[in-house]
Design a protein around this ligand. Structure first.
Ligand code: PLP
Length: 395
């Protein structure tokens, strides 16, 4: 029989649909704001990483327009050939200063930082010690590296220490500890202060991926500032696409690190640089976070209020310590039903998170706070979440 080279496409999708794992894309008809039009109807958006609401900030939009007019729509080349602008240098200097490090690099995305840089920092003779709940892009980066991967229990320092001792016995050339700063499914934080202490004893490199911490923790500076660990963490990967509301990946650290990354990270070397309008918007975004502290303050006020209210209704918010607030339901069908009713009947947009993103019995809706939400928005959402939660026997 002749082989059908495309048959697997349909077969795999049928399998995904059968398991309720298909992503159905909903389209925003306007800016990413708490009140936004999705598939033709106005909903309250509680599921964006745009924590500070900066994606639609007038100064940032203006910076993007001005730079686009001056420099054009596209970069035209990879950063190392002809795709870097004076704007890029300005961003990198400003960002390094902001993060209190020697130097920084604007990379294509947070994902590209992990998949391009990790395989250069470690290789076959090395060991990566990785938190069990690390982001998929870290997992991919480590796989590409060919280094031996050792998993430690989520945020468990004594297990980390045990794994480091084993790694040392094995005679690895380098040992690198990698962790998310803020874990995106639970909203909890890596115990970075303790990790730094343990790492010092073993001469291990520390790589923290601060994508969900930047703009949120440490007055916006991220998890390293939150724990006052400036100068003690070797590699900080990050994203301008979340709290900062624009787009791009970042690496922050020593001059040596940034020179190394500039010359070795394959995603940095082989993928086109950002359009100049994006670079200018990223610069403006740092300025806004520095000059307008009200945005970081607001996202935390909303977080504290919302979390306290859902907890008092009886929802389990797990280990959340940040504006990522999971409402842990357990049963995947019920989590999906809660999200569906909230969207269709209550006009509230939260994300159902089920296997394989989390364990089946920890299915949830993930809610994320935003600085632009008002008290009325929050109370409206809380009323609906209580009503539907009771209806479905969740609380
Ligand atoms: C979002 C995220 C990324 C990817 O960042 P992008 O800039 O969106 O590519 C990487 N790591 C973690 C932990 C993230 O949450």
């Amino acid at each position: 029989m002749k082989r059908d080279p495309e048959a697997f496409l349909k077969d795999d999708m049928t399998e995904l649909r059968k398991n309720n794992l298909e992503w159905i894309i909903r389209y925003l008809e306007g800016g990413s704001k708490p009140h936004c039009i999705v598939n033709g109807k106005e909903v309250l958006m509680l599921n964006t990483n745009n924590y500070l609401g900066l994606a639609t900030h007038p100064k940032i939009i203006q910076a993007s327009i001005d730079a686009t007019k001056k420099y054009g729509a596209g970069a035209g080349a990879v950063p190392v050939i002809a795709g870097s602008f004076d704007l890029t240098r300005e961003f990198q200097e400003k960002f390094a200063k902001y993060k209190e490090v020697e130097a920084s690099l604007l990379c294509q995305t947070g994902f590209a930082v992990n998949s391009g840089l990790i395989p250069m920092l470690v290789g076959k003779p090395d060991i990566v010690v990785s938190d069990e709940l690390n982001h998929g892009s870290i997992i991919d980066g480590v796989r590409l590296s060919g280094a031996k991967r050792v998993i430690y229990k989520h945020r468990d320092i004594s297990d980390l220490e045990k794994q480091l001792k084993e790694a040392e016995k094995g005679g690895a050339r380098r040992i690198c500890i990698i962790t998310d700063g803020v874990f995106s499914m639970d909203g909890d934080m890596a115990p970075l202060d303790k990790i730094v202490n343990v790492a010092e004893d073993f001469g291990a490199m520390i790589f923290v991926d601060d994508c969900h911490g930047e703009g949120v923790l440490g007055d916006g500076k991220g998890i390293v500032a939150h724990f006052n660990l400036q100068g003690k963490v070797h590699v900080e990967g990050g994203s301008m696409s979340k709290g900062f509301g624009v787009f791009g990946g970042t690496v922050a650290g020593s001059k040596d690190l940034i020179e190394f990354c500039t010359n070795k990270s394959r995603t940095y070397l082989l993928s086109t640089a950002h359009p100049p309008g994006v670079v200018a918007a990223n610069i403006a975004s740092i300025e806004v976070v520095e000059n307008e502290p009200q945005h970081v303050k607001a996202v935390w006020e909303h977080t504290n209020y919302f979390k306290k209210e859902v907890q008092s209704m009886g929802y389990d918010t797990g280990r959340s310590e940040t504006p990522i607030i999971p409402l842990i339901i357990g049963d995947p069908g019920k989590a999906q039903e809660l999200a569906r009713i909230l969207f269709e009947e209550e006009n509230i947009y939260g994300t159902p998170i089920v296997f394989p993103m989390v364990a089946r019995e920890l299915s949830r809706i993930r809610v994320q706070m935003n600085a632009l939400l008002t008290k009325e928005d929050l109370n409206m959402a809380l009323g609906s979440i209580e009503k539907v939660g009771k209806k479905l026997d969740i609380i």
